[in-house]
Design a protein around this ligand. Sequence first.
Ligand code: FAD
Length: 539
Amino acid sequence: MHEISATVEEYDVIILGAGINGCGTFRDLCAQGVRCLMIERDDYCAGASAASSRLMHGGLKYLETGEFRLVRESLYERNMLLTTAAHLVLPLECLVPVRSHFGGVIGSVARFLRIKATIRDRGTLITKLGLALYDLYGRKLRRMPAHRMLSRRGIDREMPQLGPDIIAVGVYFEGQITHAERLGLELALDGEALNPSSRSVTHAEILGCDGGVLRWRDRDGEHLSRAKVIINAGGAWIDAVNHRLGIETRLMGGSRGSHLVIDHPELFAELDGCMVYFGTADGRVNLIYPFADKILVGSTDIAQDDPDLAECSETEETYLREAVREVFPNLIVKPSHVMYRFCGVRPLPRADGTEDIGLVTRDHSIARLNLPNSSTPVLCLIGGKWTTFRAFSAQATDEALKFLGQSRRISTAGMAIGGARDFPLSEAGRAELTQELAQRFGLPKQRIEALIARYGSRVREYLDHLSGPETPLADCPEYSVEEIAHICRTERVQTVDDVLRRRTLISLRGMSTDEVRQAVSAILDRIMQDGHKRAVFNG
Ligand SMILES: Cc1cc2nc3c(=O)[nH]c(=O)nc-3n(C[C@H](O)[C@H](O)[C@H](O)COP(=O)(O)OP(=O)(O)OC[C@H]3O[C@@H](n4cnc5c(N)ncnc54)[C@H](O)[C@@H]3O)c2cc1C
């Protein structure tokens, strides 16, 4: 048994893993006055939460598998996020191509009954039915138009490069997360602001757990912490995290999903701001949509045992490039168009013997365990989409509150996140804010617009600290040296990748050259040295 020599820090709840579900639960618990510690081995939203299709969506395809509860919840959450995260979640017009009138009816019935079926074509009837149900389930808090169908004549007008075999498209709306990782970070920062006795730590390692005491390490050294409730929010790593706690489980069965970021100006112009959500010949559903000035193409769905070994293979890259050709036969995506590729593992519940991973539920659930030889509960958060993080976090919080003998003080429904607080919802309001800040801080309007799109109302924190003109970052002038320094100083950055991959979209947009990496590294080193000097000076 490990000898406990240092002081044991006491918490109400310890959360392991700071993906979107960990961050959401952290904020919710903090809002209830619960003292929490969240420990992450990498960075905020560095796991599956960094690898999603970046949609706040109802999950049109889940209607086929009869997951109506999940679709209804997702649509409600999606609609809410357009307000509570208005700076980072924007409406996205989506097109579903249709190649026949009655295609997919039998396949859809089979999938509804959870029988493996390959649907190569979802016809007008199925598409219209699905979109009508979507409208019905998405009524609460609706902020976007209902669906419509567009004939081939309409397609020739609006997206003429769509293949000639496409006879119609269903048009509807989803939400797009412009910067997912920042939303996770903002939840963690909000949590700490709501309850200053809570804290979240990243780049930390769980070393073990003895007698209900968790031993872990970060760059400041080793720590001992104990809580009345442990929440395992390790996503696809839930079993590995349990192992560190001394519990052997086989709860998870992940599915790898890869995306490409491509630079294809002709396709970008053709999409004109819309997503195409389409079935491919292999029966999968894929998507293409403009992401900043690039295009996101995704995603694969392949069983993956060890999430640490997941990477986007050459075969997947070829598959995704070829998939585009199925809807845009004349817009070829070549390897040279691919700027970046990323991959993550969906934290799905283990479903041994399932032939089709696409049939495994995408809903969320909580498994209740105990620490070995202890009555301390361990709540494992299984599944859960980005879109449903708030609802899942509320469920986890309510469960933890039961163990703590407390009741909920406040609901997170409608609670604005980070830069969405005091953020104008209308375009006119945003234009006014841009104008006001441009005048007050003497910066060009386009620059203020870019900053508002990144930070929402928190842009003021940056601008207030700006003491002079900005210096463009070498090789990446969309960001400034001052902005990167502000991020390093105020956003819990520990590594260059935290900045390039998660605080900014530099990597995702394929702009992470050696020069940019070096420039960011130099800024981070300077900030860290300053911080170290300050810590030494303050004793
Ligand atoms: C390809 C793909 C596309 C998707 N598209 C969408 C979409 O468009 N919309 C949507 O709503 N959802 C989507 N999802 C689903 C969604 O991204 C995930 O379900 C969600 O991000 C899971 O969040 P999580 O917090 O549970 O897991 P994760 O984000 O994986 O978080 C788990 C965290 O635990 C940490 N961890 C692991 N081991 C340890 C340890 N020993 N100690 C401490 N921490 C540890 C990890 O580093 C990680 O940060 C997609 C998923 C994938 C993979």
